[in-house]
Structure formats: structure tokens, C-alpha cells
Design a binder for this molecule. Structure first.
Ligand code: MD5
Ligand code: FE
Length: 209
């Protein structure tokens, strides 16, 4: 379903076994070499915890080394994730050429416990405006998809469930968005998450080492 130009929601795109496999990957990445942590924004730790692959994100910057965590280099961006991203872009857009041109080189893996929130923001730390591909695993959240002007109305609240995939491309790439609420105990059996929500976002940074 196209929510707005370039914003395509693919509910239930991931099977339960795929969700469980990805949840395990997330837990593995969270363990290291760079452990998952709450990034600090303007002196305050975020309630969401983040671990990265490919490039390390910290507020307003990407680097190869996790300079604000333990200084270790982040793990290489997995080739299977490039293929997964392309398959999703192809399904979302129906444009095979656009899908083949999509080469994500980083993913931010966010963990939300039942209390966590993410305030309305734009993703502007990347140099590339290629689509962001988002995968949700675990508890359902209320996702707020806004406009490109400011963090206020008009916006639309969408319940993103385990297995849902979202592509934010075109004009939606720079829309304000956030996570208003995590719905406790809503994760489906077998998805690999008991409590909380994983969100994987693939991106093209547009940076070359
Ligand atoms: C999440 N993550 O559920 C969300 C999903 C983040 C973040 O917001 O920055 O890690 S990604 C949603 C997203 C990305 C790029 C553009 C738009 C939404 N959008 O235009 O709405 O943890
Ligand atoms: Fe974001």
C-alpha cells in the first residue's frame, strides 16, 4: 500500500521463520564487537538502543569505528542484506532497474523495550537519498508518518506489526517520522522476540570509506 508518494507499506512481508532468523541476527549484532547502546542526543540518552552494521551511526555522523562506544570497527555489511533490500525495493516499486541500483551499505538496528519511544525526526545524516528500507520484528508499534515540513500535523499513525516492511523513497525519504508507542505483549508466537521490538533500517550512506 502506498501511504504517500514513495512510501510503500508491505504488511506481513516477512514470514515467521524469517522474522525469527532476523531476530537472532539482531541479538548477535547487539552482543558485539560494538555492543548495542543508547545514543546520546543533546546530552540525553535515547530510550531506543541502536547497533549498526556497515557504518556506525552516532547522532549527526557516520564512521567506520564506533568512536562513541568502544572504538571497535563495526561488522561488514552483509551481502544477503543487499539482496534482501533489492528484493524489497523491487516488490515495493515494481521497478527491477531501480531495485538493482539499490546498494545499501549500512543498517541501523534499533531495539525498543515497551517504554521506548522515538520522537519525530528526519533522517538526514546520509549523503544519499536512496530509499530507507525498514523491517519490524516483535511487538507492534504505533508509527507516525508525517510531512516533509515540520514534526506537526498532517501525519498518519500506522500500526507496524512483526513482519511488516516499509520503503521510504522519493519525497517520503525526508518526511518527519517517529515511534509513539510499543504495544506490550503483541509479538506473534515464533517471531523470535518475547518482549519489545526490533527495527532494522537499511540505508545507502553515500560515503566511500
Ligand atoms: C523505527 N527508525 O521504527 C524507525 C523506522 C530511525 C527510525 O526512524 O531513524 O532509525 S525507519 C523510518 C523512516 C526512515 C526514513 C524515512 C522515513 C521513515 N519516513 O520518511 O517516514 O525504528
Ligand atoms: Fe528515522
Amino acid at each position: 500500500e502506498e501511504i504517500a508518494p514513495g512510501a510503500v507499506w508491505l504488511p506481513g512481508w516477512l514470514t515467521i521463520p524469517q522474522q525469527a532468523w532476523l531476530a537472532r541476527q539482531c541479538a548477535q549484532w547487539a552482543a558485539g564487537p560494538v555492543p548495542i547502546r543508547s545514543a546520546t542526543v543533546r546530552g540525553h540518552p535515547m530510550s531506543v538502543k541502536t547497533v549498526c552494521v556497515g557504518w556506525h551511526w552516532r547522532p549527526y555522523a557516520y564512521s567506520r569505528d564506533a568512536v562513541d562506544v568502544n572504538g571497535q570497527r563495526v561488522v561488514e555489511f552483509p551481502k544477503w542484506m543487499v539482496r534482501l533490500g533489492r528484493r524489497i525495493v523491487a516488490d515495493a516499486t515494481g521497478d527491477e532497474d531501480r531495485a538493482l541500483a539499490y546498494t545499501p551499505d549500512t543498517a541501523l538496528i534499533n531495539f525498543y523495550d515497551v517504554q521506548a519511544r522515538m520522537g519525530m525526526h528526519q533522517d538526514k545524516d546520509e549523503k544519499s537519498l536512496a530509499p530507507v528500507v525498514s523491517l519490524s520484528i516483535g511487538d507492534t508499534c504505533t508509527f507516525r508518518f508525517g510531512n516533509t515540513e515540520n514534526r506537526n500535523r498532517p501525519y498518519r499513525d500506522i500500526a507496524l506489526a512483526s513482519g511488516d516492511v516499509f520503503v521510504f523513497g522519493g519525497p517520503s525519504r525526508l518526511a518527519f517520522h517517529g515511534v509513539q508507542k510499543i504495544h506490550a505483549e503483541s509479538a506473534p508466537d515464533g517471531c523470535g522476540v518475547e518482549h519489545g521490538r526490533w527495527n532494522i533500517t537499511m540505508r545507502e550512506t553515500g560515503f566511500a570509506d
